[in-house]
Ligand binder design. Structure first.
Ligand code: PEP
Length: 254
């Protein structure tokens, strides 16, 4: 079984203007200085308004660009929506789908998420499929049941290591400064791995990257990234600053 190449992906959410491109340039410059080649991939997912600019700016650097959401259909009368093909055309190589903020604020179901992930695949992009339990679900002892049910319903049939990345993000850890203990993260990532190998077989299921997300910072990155079956991070707040992102990536640059 080949060990997956780690990925550190930054989700900028609804932050950033055209002037923020300087932060991207600082990140690319910093990465060039720590010779990461072959050890870790780095991605920034800016708001859709910045995709094309960021994709142009990052060409030839170690930073890849991703999107934060897509519509499931290829085109049509869907005012304000963006098809996966449009995001690919703008320069995205991946799309985050099923982030808990969208599940909560837009009422996205796991069925919707699977359709969006399939749209990403149709457009030749990777889907970063997010799952995670709420505080109440954790306290009720339902974490593993919630996460595995979300994942099994959110992964479309064509999901493979080359086109799918899983992000385990406990909802209560996002933006809160809290993280689960290493043992808790290991338990959830093991359950996700078991689900993946059950669906795809040992070789393929063992090669899908499983990211941890939720209050990842330079100060906790090395500890979090050392946990079994943690193949990188999905980073919110700390990804807005190149210096913090570089501090997180440094967990892989030794
Ligand atoms: C996220 O929203 O995907 C996230 C992980 O946010 P933060 O790193 O700010 O907790």
């Amino acid at each position: 079984m080949s060990k997956p190449m780690p990925l550190v992906a930054g989700n900028w959410k609804m932050h950033g203007l055209r002037s923020s491109v300087g932060e991207l340039a600082r990140l690319a410059e910093g990465l060039a200085g720590i010779s990461l080649q072959g050890r870790c991939e780095v991605m920034i997912c800016p708001p859709a308004t910045l995709l094309a600019q960021f994709a142009d700016q990052s060409a030839g650097t170690l930073v890849r660009i991703g999107a934060q959401n897509c519509h499931a259909e290829i085109s049509g009368a869907h005012t304000g929506e963006l098809a996966a093909e449009m995001l690919a055309d703008a320069g995205a190589s991946a799309i985050i789908v099923g982030h808990s903020e969208r599940r909560r604020e837009q009422g996205e179901t796991s069925g919707d998420v699977a359709a969006k992930a399939a749209a990403a695949h149709r457009a030749g992009l990777s889907a970063i499929v997010c799952v995670g339990e709420t505080q109440g679900e954790r306290e009720a002892g339902r974490t593993l049941a919630v996460v595995t049910e979300q994942l099994s319903r959110s992964l479309p049939d064509g999901a493979r290591p080359a086109n799918s990345i899983i992000a385990y993000e406990p909802v209560w850890a996002i933006g809160s400064g809290l993280t689960p203990g290493p043992g808790d993260i290991a338990e959830v990532h093991r359950a996700i791995r078991t689900l993946l190998t059950g669906r795809m077989g040992e070789e393929e299921g063992g090669s899908v990257r499983i990211l941890y997300g939720g209050s990842v910072k330079p100060a906790n990155a090395s500890q979090l990234m050392a946990i079994a079956n943690v193949d990188g991070a999905l980073v919110g707040g700390a990804s807005l600053k190149a210096s913090d992102m570089l501090g997180i990536v440094a967990a892989y640059a030794r």
